[in-house]
Design a protein around this ligand. Structure first.
Ligand SMILES: *Cc1c(COP(=O)(O)O)cnc(C)c1O
Length: 468
């Protein structure tokens, strides 16, 4: 039963538009925006009455006007905005993976504002290639003959498989037919590329003999995938890189190794698991590698392909390469990121991902203590705030076993539930994302930049004072 008289009492769209609050916004918002907001607010009021049943009361005109104003204001703010990542997950795919180095962010801003020599050779005035800005840097860093950059690693695989194995079999171990989050599955991308999947071995064991038996006149290429986001333990075996390189050579077949995260340095020095390093794969004879730009590499979303010149040229000549190419902003960001790796010390200092992973735990703890002091002893004791030891993660489908000792600020809500507190922090003007663990909200300081501390403190104080 709907309360019909309450429905009739809801003011018209015209009456909301004629309120002084909406009239005051005529100068700053187009009429179409004001009308849409008023319509939505009235519709929301009607819905509320319908849901409320026979005894529902109509919201006041004032409340509907406030709702319309809120909708106008919300539309003015960008939907995509910076957030404070206090989850402790360094490469959080839902938070946009790697934050860029200052050098890369500046390069993007410069390339964005003005025309660039994207595809012009300034010396001759002739048409050039956009890859000319990046390929020499990648060739130098990876010790490769040639390199190519596309939209992401999924695109890199699609392009390589389509170029080298369409209509032919791609031989891959069953243990490497993985799903890498967001519905990216190796078997599916393989199928879409036009390549024919030839699985060999079993889930836990694949030997070189399995590959040898599968290779024949129908084979297009061999594929090796780093199973970035899971680890197998126990009775397991994978074919070594060396064995596959030898098999590919003997049969004159291309071999693509998807190294995954684009690690350029040895992460074991920080106590993290070893990640395949593209330069090593190429040095050990793998003719073609691909990787992401925005994982451990610490750059923008991109897919990097590098290796033997003839193979990279074949990929570049594929019309699909045009559909998967990157724009000038990505090029600028990636080139600036790669340039930082010329000096590994500079890379560790300037790339946020490397800085966060390499920071000593004591410094993270000091930052957590600074936050407690800044929110004030009284407020801190009210919400049981304390600094606790915790574990941060690499994330982004990298290093599933990689655990990074860290410190977090643990909060208990003064009133309301811990979920309410988490929501208040997420929805404030400077959104903060943490994680809930045993009834407490943990704000891991490893992934919070020192420059974000004032914003974090303001957001915490605000959320604690908000009425749930
Ligand atoms: C992350 C990942 C991908 C997908 O890379 P995107 O750049 O996100 O497209 C593919 N393969 C491996 C092994 C990965 O780790």
């Amino acid at each position: 039963m709907t309360n019909r008289s309450a429905l009739r009492a809801i003011p018209s769209v015209g009456s909301i538009l004629d309120s002084s609050e909406m009239i005051a916004r005529r100068g700053s918002a187009p009429r179409s925006v004001l009308v849409a907001a008023a319509r939505e607010a009235v519709a929301a009021a009607r819905d509320a009455v319908r849901r409320g049943g026979a005894r529902a009361a109509a919201p006041s005109r004032e409340a509907i006007v406030q709702d319309a104003v809120r909708r106008v204001e919300a539309g003015r703010r960008p939907s995509l905005k910076p957030v404070i990542n206090a989850t402790g997950v360094v490469l959080h795919t839902n938070l946009g993976r790697a934050p860029l180095a200052e050098e890369a962010a500046r390069a993007v801003a410069e390339a964005a504002r003005r025309y660039t020599n994207l595809e012009i050779e300034l010396g001759t005035g002739a048409r050039g290639s956009r890859m000319a800005h990046l390929e020499p840097l990648l060739v130098e860093l990876l010790h490769a003959q040639a390199a190519l950059v596309v939209n992401n690693n999924a695109a890199a695989m699609l392009l390589a498989l389509n170029t080298l194995s369409a209509g032919k079999e791609t031989v891959v171990s069953r243990g490497q037919l993985v799903e890498i989050g967001g519905a990216f599955r190796i078997p599916e991308i393989l199928e879409r590329s036009g390549a024919i999947l030839r699985e060999v071995g079993t889930t836990n064991k694949t030997r070189i003999r399995d590959y040898e038996r599968a290779v024949g006149p129908r084979t297009g290429m061999l594929l090796r995938v780093h199973p970035s986001n899971f680890a197998m333990v126990g009775f397991t075996q994978e074919t070594t890189r060396e064995e596959l390189v030898r098999l590919a050579r003997r049969n004159r077949l291309p071999l693509l190794e998807d190294v995954g995260s684009g690690a350029m340095l040895d992460f074991t020095r920080w106590g993290l698991p070893a990640e395949p390093v593209a330069r090593e794969a190429l040095a050990e004879g793998v003719p073609l590698v691909c990787m992401s730009g925005d994982k451990l590499l610490g750059g923008p979303q991109a897919g990097i392909i590098a290796g033997r010149r003839s193979l990279v040229q074949a990929l570049r000549a594929n019309p699909m390469a045009r559909a998967l190419r990157v724009d000038k902003l990505t090029l600028a960001a990636l080139a600036a990121t790669i340039r930082l790796y010329r000096d590994p010390e500079a890379a560790r200092e300037h790339l946020p991902v490397l800085r966060m992973l390499g920071e000593p735990a004591a410094r993270v703890r000091a930052r957590a203590r600074r936050v407690i002091r800044a929110i004030g002893a009284e407020r801190a004791s009210l919400c049981g705030a304390e600094v606790v030891a915790c574990t941060a993660e690499v994330g982004g489908g990298s290093m599933p076993l990689g655990r990074v000792p860290s410190y977090a600020l643990a909060l208990r809500p003064v009133k309301g539930s811990v979920e309410d507190l988490a929501r208040a922090l997420r929805t404030g003007p400077d959104p903060v994302l943490g994680r809930i663990e045993s009834g407490r909200l943990l704000l891991d300081l490893r992934t919070v930049d020192p420059g974000e501390i004032p914003g974090l403190v303001t957001s915490i104080v605000r959320a604690l004072e908000e009425k749930p």
